[in-house]
Structures are given as structure tokens and as C-alpha cells.
Ligand binder design. Structure first.
Ligand code: AMP
Ligand code: GLY
Length: 423
């Protein structure tokens, strides 16, 4: 079968590597891809949200299956675009319908969905500028810290955690009235602060049955010890060592089952990945957020631990036959460390030459912001390369990534040296 992957990050390179290994693959394309995907597939220079251009390429290249990496095309309705088009209706799109993508596109929608299906989550209320005053009063009734979330997509920056009530009220006003996050903060969810440890579970569903993929934990802040600005993610490990059988059983029964059943009951078409961000409070799991795609860099540790044929699994979605597939997981741990451009997540330079790539033998390099320039690979984004390794423990895997990172270089290269520090 011919496959198109949409996206250009480390996540999409990880999909490329797994799918390229499938015996049922004929041709593999990535749009727009990066210098890493170009080595295992053919890059196509089109945007992930240019549906008309995607259609043209899908027909021209006889694509049978499209894996959607980032959320933007899903929130803009790529699944429905294919379904509605006579020429594209037979092409399998791995991702939810536009209605399903609202689980990520609107925090309030996600909270209401959880409440309807009795899925444990932090208590909350939502506010618009019309009831700003009620929002301020709600803050007065909560105990600090205060969690304020822009309802819409804000590039991972829309969540504020504030210790002081006066400051929280100021921020609420800035969001609702001052347009702090543009239209994304026309509505704000204020919720109870959950004090615990975070982890993520990933589920793939064909809308009928589901499979639980390996767990992962990511490190979002730029600085050591989880300090400084939020980033897309600076590293990840899998599996999460504290996610024992007992906790996984709670997560499956209280969260995964009601989520998949809730989608079915509400007739929300969903044939894709569900990324569930969790907070574990005294051994009890609560949902912090849903994402309607895989995580980045979590995918760079989750997919390398799947030893069965990912493309076989995905191709079973079309006929809702995922239940017939056998998912096998590699027992080893995996860790990834993200190399970023100096300055990221604020302003950074592009175009630095990356050296040492050919010297890395026992780690996997998933390219993110890289590009080919003549015979050189150069930086082309904030997050540049995710270096993934296996080990008998996460610690061993992390160490191996650091050993190999020592061989890599580009001007102003930065990475965190403490991935897994809190475990
Ligand atoms: P989100 O964008 O929803 O992933 O939120 C960003 C981060 O804010 C999460 O990864 C958590 O660390 C934190 N967070 C979100 N909601 C809560 C909450 N109710 N209690 C404590 N921390 C939270
Ligand atoms: N690493 C977090 C995310 O992909 O949303």
C-alpha cells in the first residue's frame, strides 16, 4: 500500500521509520517532512493544511492511507474532507473527524465530555467576558494555585498556573478581555489544581475497539529540573516506571474504556490516536487533557517500542478490524533527548550545520527541524533532532542518548541533561 504522512517533526520521522519497515508498504511519502524523513521516504513540499494540494497528490500518487501527525489538519476537518469527496472516500485517514478533534480544540468541550461520561478530571467552571465578574468570584472560592486555560488551541502556551489570586484575576481579564491568546481565550476554563505526577497514555482506536500503546512521560520545560518556559517537549521516556498493573487497570477502566465508549455513544467518528495527559494524585488517575494525535517527543519513544507491524494495525482501521490485530511491545525502555537551537522556545537562528550524524550508531536519530542543503544537514527549526535509545531501564537508555549526543554538534546546540530526573 502507498502511504502519506502529514507533518515535519520528530513525531513524523518516527512514523516514517516504523511504517518504512512494514512488508505491506509500497511507497511512502511525507508532506512536508524534513532531512531525516527524506532518507526513508519521499518528501512532498506541501502544507499539512492545504487540503486541495493534498487531494491532488493523493490521487496522483495513488495513496491508500494518510497518517495525520499534527492537530491542525484534524481540527480543520481533514477526515471529513476526505469522507465527503467521492474520489477520496476510499482513502483511509488515520485521525478523528472534525467533531472528534474538538476534544483537543476546545478545553471546555473536553471537560463537558469527561463529566458526561464520569471520567475523573479536575473540578472546573468556564467563563467568557460576559461573566468575567463570576470568574473573579470563582477564583476567590478556590485555593491556590489557580489553573487558567484558554479554551482554544494556543500552541501549547494557553495554560497558566498562578499562585496569587490578584494575579490570577488580572490574567483572567487579560485572557477574556485583553485577547492574551487571541480568539483561543475568548473562553477560559478555570480548574482545581491537581497536585501529583504526570504521565501520558496513548490509545489507538478504529472507532470500534482500541489498543493501549506504551505509556510515556515527557519533559516540557526548557530548563533543568523542569524550570523556565514551556516548550513542545525536551525529552521523554517510556514506559513510565511507576505505571504498574494496578494503576494501568484504573486508567483503562475509569478513563480509556469510558472515553472510547463515550465517543461511540455520541456518534463521534474517531479512527485515530488518543493521547491522554494524566495527573496521578495519590495513586488515582485524573485526565488533564486529551490530544487527538500522538505527542512529540513521546512518539519517539512509544513507536520504537512497538515491535509488531504498525502499518498492518493502521490498515485494519478501514474495516474496523483492529480487534483482530496483535500488538506486541518491546520490553526494553526507551528514552529520547531533544537537541534544540539556542534561544528556543523564544527567537533562535536557523541554518547551522549539524555534524556527527554519521558517527551515531547505537541511538536512533529522529529529525525534527532539519533541512538538507547541498551535502550538509542544517538546522531549520527550534527542536532539531530527538536522540532515542533503548536500555534495560530508562536510566540506561537516557545514558546511551547522552553518550551519542556527545558526537553531535551544531552552533548553539542545547539540550537538557536531566531527562528522567524526577523518577
Ligand atoms: P495542558 O496544556 O492542558 O497540557 O496543560 C499544561 C500543563 O499544565 C500540564 O502538563 C500540567 O503540568 C499543568 N496542568 C494543567 N492542568 C492542571 C491541573 N488541573 N492541575 C495541575 N496542573 C495542571
Ligand atoms: N509533548 C507534548 C505534546 O505533543 O503535546
Amino acid at each position: 500500500m502507498n502511504v502519506l504522512i502529514l507533518g515535519s517533526g520528530g513525531r513524523e520521522h518516527a512514523f516514517t521509520r516504523s511504517i518504512a519497515a512494514s512488508p505491506i508498504l509500497k511507497q511512502l511519502y511525507v508532506a512536508p517532512g524534513n532531512a531525516g524523513t527524506a532518507k526513508q521516504a519521499t518528501n512532498i513540499d506541501i502544507s499539512v493544511t492545504d487540503f486541495a494540494a493534498i487531494k491532488t497528490k493523493v490521487l496522483e500518487l495513488d495513496i491508500n492511507l494518510v497518517v495525520v501527525g499534527p492537530e491542525a489538519p484534524l481540527v480543520e476537518g481533514i477526515y471529513d474532507f476526505f469522507q465527503r469527496d467521492e474520489q477520496l472516500a476510499d482513502v483511509s485517514v488515520i485521525g478523528p473527524s472534525q467533531q472528534g478533534a474538538v476534544l483537543e480544540g476546545s478545553k471546555e468541550f473536553a471537560k463537558k465530555f469527561m463529566v458526561r461520561h464520569n471520567i475523573p478530571t479536575a473540578a472546573y467552571e468556564s467563563f467568557t467576558k460576559e461573566n468575567l465578574k463570576a470568574g473573579m468570584e470563582f477564583i476567590d472560592r478556590l485555593t491556590p494555585p489557580y489553573v487558567l486555560k484558554a479554551d482554544g488551541l494556543a500552541g501549547g502556551k494557553g495554560v497558566l498556573i498562578i499562585d496569587n489570586a490578584a494575579e490570577a484575576k488580572e490574567s483572567l481579564e487579560a485572557m477574556l478581555v485583553g485577547g492574551k491568546f487571541g480568539d483561543a481565550s475568548n473562553k477560559v476554563v478555570i480548574e482545581e489544581f491537581l497536585d501529583g505526577i504526570e504521565m501520558s497514555v496513548f490509545v489507538m482506536t478504529d472507532g470500534n475497539s482500541y489498543k493501549i500503546l506504551p505509556t510515556a512521560k515527557d519533559y516540557k520545560r526548557i530548563g533543568e529540573g523542569d524550570t523556565g518556559l514551556n516548550t513542545g517537549g525536551m525529552g521523554a521516556i517510556s514506559p513510565v516506571p511507576f505505571a504498574d498493573e494496578d494503576l494501568m487497570e484504573k486508567i483503562e477502566n475509569r478513563i480509556i474504556k469510558p472515553t472510547v465508549a463515550g465517543l461511540q455513544q455520541e456518534k463521534i467518528t474517531y479512527k485515530g490516536f488518543i493521547f491522554i495527559g494524566l495527573m496521578i494524585v495519590s495513586g488515582e488517575p485524573y485526565v488533564i487533557e486529551y490530544n487527538v494525535r500522538m505527542g512529540d517527543p513521546e512518539t519517539e519513544v512509544v513507536l520504537p517500542r512497538i515491535s509488531s507491524d504498525l502499518l498492518e494495525h493502521l490498515s485494519a482501521f478501514a474495516k474496523a478490524e483492529l480487534h483482530l490485530q496483535k500488538l506486541t511491545i518491546d520490553d526494553r525502555s526507551a528514552a529520547t533527548v531533544m537537541l534544540v537551537s539556542g534561544g528556543y522556545p523564544e527567537a533562535y537562528d536557523k541554518g547551522a550545520v549539524i555534524t556527527g550524524i554519521d558517527e551515531v550508531k547505537d541511538s536512533i536519530m529522529f529529525h525534527a527541524g532539519t533541512a538538507q542543503k547541498e551535502d550538509k544537514i542544517i538546522t531549520a527549526g527550534g527542536r532539531v533532532i530527538a536522540v532515542t535509545s533503548y536500555g534495560s531501564t530508562y536510566d540506561e537508555a537516557v545514558k546511551k542518548s547522552y553518550e551519542n549526543i556527545a558526537k553531535l554538534h551544531f552552533d548553539r546546540m542545547y539540550y537538557r541533561t536531566d531527562i528522567g530526573f524526577d523518577l
